[in-house]
Write a protein that binds this ligand. Structure first.
Ligand SMILES: [Zn+2]
Length: 271
C-alpha cells in the first residue's frame, strides 16, 4: 500500500487520509525533502514565510513546485528554496495566491477569530464555506482567522452554519448507507407523506410503523450527490429525532406532532 506525506512536517499517513492532523494541509504522494537538503551544502537558500496563507494555498503551491521540478522543502509553514530559483518561485507563489480566492487587503480593518478550538477538519470546512461565499480571509501567524470588518455578520453566520453541521455530524455519527436517484426520491417522498399523516393524526398506527423503518434508513444515508451536506445533516437529525420519538414508549401526541412537523418542513425543500 502506498503512503501519503504531509509536505510541511513529513509525517507519513495511509492512503485514505486526506489531511495532516497536525498541520491541516492536504497530503502529497512524494516524500518531502528536509529543508536542509534543498540544494548542495554551499547553495544559498531563501525562505518564504507563508503563515498567513490558507492550507489550500500552501498545498497548491507545493503542487506547483513539484510539477515544475523546483527543489524545495518546508519547515512548517515556511517554504525553503534555492536563491537561484527565487524568480520562478515568486511567480508560482503569485499564481497560488490568486487561485486561493479573494485577497484580503492590507489596509482594510480586520477582525480576528480564535481558531484554537477548531480541528483541522473543521477549519478546512470553514475555509471552503468562506471561499464559496467569496469572502476574503487569511490566517495570522498566531493561527487566528482574519476577515474584513465589513464581512463580520456574514462570517458570523457562516461560522454558525459550519459549527451546526459539525455538531450534528458528531452527534449522529457517520452515515453508512448510500441511496441515489429514483429510490432516494421515493424514500424522501414517502417519508414526507408519512410525516404529514403524523402531523394530522399522531396516533396513526400504520404511519407510525412505516415511519420508524424509513426514518431510520434516512438517518443513516450519506449525503447524496447533488445535496448540500449541511442541509442533509439537518435532514438526518430530524429523521433521527422522528424515529427516536416514535420508538419511545412514553411518547405523547405533542412530541410526535412536533417531530413530524420538523421533519416534513426539512424535507419540503428537497421533495
Ligand atoms: Zn503535517
Amino acid at each position: 500500500m502506498s503512503s501519503m506525506y504531509c509536505f510541511q512536517c513529513a509525517r507519513e499517513y495511509i492512503e485514505e487520509v486526506a489531511e495532516c492532523s497536525e498541520c491541516g494541509v492536504g497530503l502529497v504522494e512524494e516524500k518531502p525533502t528536509p529543508p536542509d537538503e534543498v540544494g548542495g551544502p554551499e547553495d544559498p537558500q531563501v525562505a518564504y514565510e507563508l503563515y498567513e496563507w490558507s492550507f489550500e494555498a500552501r498545498r497548491m503551491l507545493e503542487g506547483l513546485l513539484t510539477s515544475e521540478g523546483i527543489p524545495h522543502g518546508w519547515q512548517g509553514a515556511v517554504l525553503i528554496v534555492l536563491e537561484a530559483d527565487e524568480d520562478r518561485v515568486d511567480a508560482l507563489t503569485e499564481q497560488a495566491e490568486i487561485a486561493d480566492g479573494p485577497i484580503l487587503d492590507d489596509d482594510v480593518e480586520k477582525i480576528g477569530y480564535d481558531m484554537e478550538e477548531w480541528s483541522a477538519e473543521a477549519q478546512s470546512a470553514l475555509v471552503d464555506a468562506l471561499g464559496l461565499a467569496g469572502i476574503a480571509h487569511m490566517f495570522s501567524a498566531e493561527g487566528e482567522l482574519l476577515v474584513s470588518e465589513e464581512n463580520e455578520d456574514q462570517v458570523d453566520e457562516i461560522i454558525d452554519q459550519v459549527t451546526e453541521r459539525i455538531a450534528i455530524d458528531d452527534s449522529l455519527g457517520e452515515a453508512t448507507q448510500v441511496l441515489e436517484g429514483l429510490k432516494l426520491n421515493d424514500l424522501l417522498g414517502e417519508v414526507r407523506t408519512l410525516a404529514n399523516k403524523l402531523v394530522k393524526n399522531s396516533g396513526d398506527a400504520k404511519a407510525t410503523l412505516a415511519m420508524v423503518k424509513k426514518a431510520e434508513l434516512l438517518a443513516d444515508l450519506k449525503t447524496p450527490f447533488g445535496f448540500d451536506s449541511r442541509s442533509w445533516s439537518r435532514i438526518r437529525l430530524r429523521a433521527t429525532e422522528m424515529s427516536a420519538t416514535l420508538t419511545d414508549e412514553d411518547r405523547d401526541e405533542e412530541t410526535v406532532t412536533e417531530a413530524a412537523a420538523g421533519l416534513s418542513e426539512e424535507l419540503q425543500e428537497v421533495v
